[in-house]
Design a protein around this ligand. Structure first.
Ligand code: NAD
Length: 294
């Protein structure tokens, strides 16, 4: 298939390379010419704008930071809709507000363009390995048509429901991860202040009901004092902003997410936006006057 790809950052670049490796024709566009050139050297065709990609491809994938970037790339000047012919499918793989996904899809419909929202879970290493978890919303027939394209980038590809459902699943994931990291940070700061070795507490409880993938990934980092991302505080702040906006829009109170958001705001205010989200422990260490770090 001939696929357009817009947004070749940390995630988009390896994802586009995996499409090429799976034998798809890929036409790329992003703001940086050097990145377009790099992908062209790897076998992609160079595009000049979103409109250009839309006029040449059966589907256009976007992998951009947030809702305004997707709006701009799709609905803006020289954007996807300007070049789209009827029947084009837009596959937005960015993590954005599902309310915005629905609004952008409505605009696309007016030009006969169908949209899937298909955000991903898993960071750069999984994007490189092609083992992302992909959660998709939109028309089932569009999902079926492009499932193999998605499978070139992910090892788990799940259809969740109508447009917006992919981002609902993604935000649910981000809410659970944030609250879970905060709970780990709170509990391990408590243990440290009690004078109990956090490493031994981790060994003692990780196999029980409190254990989780989040605990296994993040608590050893807290104990090492390792805040190298992984997943940055600033990006998680963006996701919780979208989660709170969407939940407020439908009056679904999210008090724990709101608490986690305030911890991220503290970290942003203290120059920790580029840290891994395990830096939530820094907030608890400051509050309690102790350190979890060995
Ligand atoms: P990134 O900032 O590295 O890349 C985004 C790219 O989009 C940049 O290269 C930027 O120049 C380009 N861009 C922005 N607006 C554009 C436009 N209008 N037209 C063309 N190009 C444009 O971001 P990323 O880490 O690759 O993340 C992309 C999305 O994936 C985000 O929504 C993020 O939340 C999500 N995500 C990231 C990770 C991760 O670990 N980095 C994991 C899962 C999901």
């Amino acid at each position: 298939m001939k696929i357009g790809f817009i947004g070749l950052g940390i995630m988009g670049k390896p994802m586009a390379k995996n499409l090429l490796a799976a034998g798809h024709e890929v036409v790329v566009y992003t703001h940086k010419q050097a990145t377009i050139d790099e992908l062209a050297a790897a076998g992609a065709e160079a595009g000049t704008s979103g409109a250009d990609l839309a006029s040449r491809c059966e589907a256009v994938i976007t992998m951009l930071p947030n809702s305004p970037n997707v709006r701009d790339a799709v609905l803006g000047r020289n954007g996807v809709l300007e070049g789209a012919k009827e029947g084009l499918v837009l596959i937005d793989m960015s993590s954005i507000d599902p309310v915005e996904s629905r609004k952008i899809a409505e605009e696309c419909e007016k030009k006969g363009v169908s949209m899937l929202d298909a955000p991903v879970s898993g960071g750069e290493p999984m994007a490189i390995a092609g083992t992302l978890s992909i959660m998709a919303g939109g028309r089932k027939e569009d999902f079926d048509r492009f499932e193999d394209v998605l499978k070139a980038m992910g090892s788990s590809v799940v259809y969740v429901g109508p447009i917006g459902s992919g981002n609902v699943a993604k935000l649910a994931n981000q809410m659970i991860v944030a609250v879970n990291i905060a709970a780990c940070a709170e509990a391990f700061t408590f243990a440290a202040k009690m004078g109990t070795d956090p490493s031994l507490v981790f060994e003692a409880i990780k196999g029980g009901l409190a254990g989780s993938n989040v605990m296994n990934a993040k608590v050893p980092m807290m104990i090492e004092g390792n805040y190298k991302p992984g997943f940055r505080v600033a990006l998680h702040t963006k996701d919780l902003t979208n989660a709170l906006n969407a939940s407020h829009a439908i009056h679904a109170p999210a008090p724990f997410t709101a608490q986690a958001m305030e911890i991220f705001q503290y970290l942003n205010a203290h120059d920790c936006g580029a840290d891994d989200h395990d830096a939530m422990v820094k907030y608890y260490e400051e509050l309690s006057g102790t350190t979890v770090r060995k």
